[in-house]
Design a protein around this ligand. Structure first.
Ligand SMILES: [Zn+2]
Length: 350
């Protein structure tokens, strides 16, 4: 148990169990081969003794290395893996959800997930194709879809699917959840995924923000099996929604904890205003498809050209641009058309 004193922006990924608010510990777990580097899970005690068990906010990715690090880090607090009685998971992405499913199978831990994630879990459990492979051609990037389809190893995909299962409870918006002496309120914040939840402890003024509000980066929007019609519209509304709740200390799933949720929400809203303006400019300059528009604007904080991004980030960038174009279309700044083959194009209104 040690106090959290980041020595560099990278330091948040260092293993351990760090007290981030009275009685709340943060355990970072590794994400190999992943740009996010690590995922934070948060430990809430159920009683005065470790034997009373604990609740975890998010669970990590079902990988050998992650499970071992969770076991070691919980050990620093006196818990074993079988002391985790319940997982409250912010959303269905594998780096948040799947280790919870593994511990559900091994020790009977209860896994709770947002009710709005039901279509995503249903589709994961029943579909045998990757949604992106169908979507990329409609965004003007069929070649990216082809590379993606052939680059996903069949066994790898089967393995990924095998790490999914249904949760024990579907948590509705506004649910009051007991975790020892605290009560958390689940707030549905669709956008990053359609059923993303944040958990607010208003007495302690802390919010577990999952991937909805992240300190160093802006989350991807709508990267999920059952796609939202306009994920960015939902995401922006979910950001504004948090401003209607009292401000709290941000405890994010990736990155350094701390700081005001409201302050970060304002920064994220400004970021998307800038991106919407840049995307509109690209369309005015003649970009028609989401792929064309994505190639016309810079990426990451360093304004990296699209062609310098790796395949996965190119795919994310095209999806992200599509999401911005749909918002511009809703606002009447661009007009959307879809041809017989499903190709979506945008132009400035006549
Ligand atoms: Zn995520």
């Amino acid at each position: 148990m040690s106090e959290y004193r980041p020595s560099s922006p990278q330091a948040w990924t260092e293993p351990g169990a760090f007290e981030v608010a009275p009685g709340v510990h943060r355990i970072p777990l590794p994400l190999p081969n992943d740009g996010l580097r690590a995922v934070n899970v948060y430990v809430l005690p159920l009683g005065a003794e470790p034997a009373d068990g604990c609740v975890l906010i998010d669970s990590g990715w079902a990988l050998e290395e992650g499970r071992r690090q969770l076991e070691d880090s919980l050990g620093l607090l006196g818990y074993g893996l079988d002391d985790v009685k319940r997982f409250l998971v912010t959303h269905m992405h594998r780096d948040h959800y799947t280790l919870g499913i593994e511990l559900q199978r091994l020790y009977g831990a209860k896994v709770g997930l947002g009710l709005g994630e039901q279509p995503n879990i249903e589709r994961t459990m029943t579909a045998n194709d990757a949604a992106l492979v169908r979507l990329l051609p409609t965004w003007g990037a069929p070649h990216l879809g082809e590379i993606w389809a052939t680059s996903i190893h069949v066994e790898e995909r089967a393995l990924a699917l095998a790490s999914y299962d249904y949760p024990d409870e579907w948590i509705p918006d506004g649910a009051r959840l007991d975790a020892g002496k605290r009560t958390l309120t689940a707030i549905e914040t669709p956008g990053h995924t359609r059923g993303h939840l944040v958990f607010l402890d208003s007495d302690a003024s802390v919010m577990f923000t999952g991937d909805h509000v992240l300190p160093h980066i802006t989350p991807s929007i709508g990267l999920e099996p059952a796609r939202q019609e306009s994920p960015l519209t939902n995401y922006l509304a979910s950001l504004r929604l948090l401003l209607t709740h009292s401000d709290a200390v941000m405890l994010p799933a990736h990155g350094t904890p701390g700081g005001s949720v409201h302050a970060r929400v304002h920064e994220l809203l400004t970021h998307h205003d800038v991106r919407l303006a840049q995307t509109a400019t690209a369309v005015r300059a003649g970009a028609g498809t989401p792929y064309d528009a994505a190639r016309a604007i810079g990426w990451t904080r360093r304004e990296t050209p699209f062609d310098d991004l790796n395949l996965y980030n190119q795919i994310l960038a095209v999806g992200e641009t599509w999401a911005h174009l749909v918002v511009l279309a809703e606002r009447g700044q661009v007009v959307q058309s879809v041809d017989g083959a499903g190709l979506v194009t945008f132009e400035v209104p006549a």
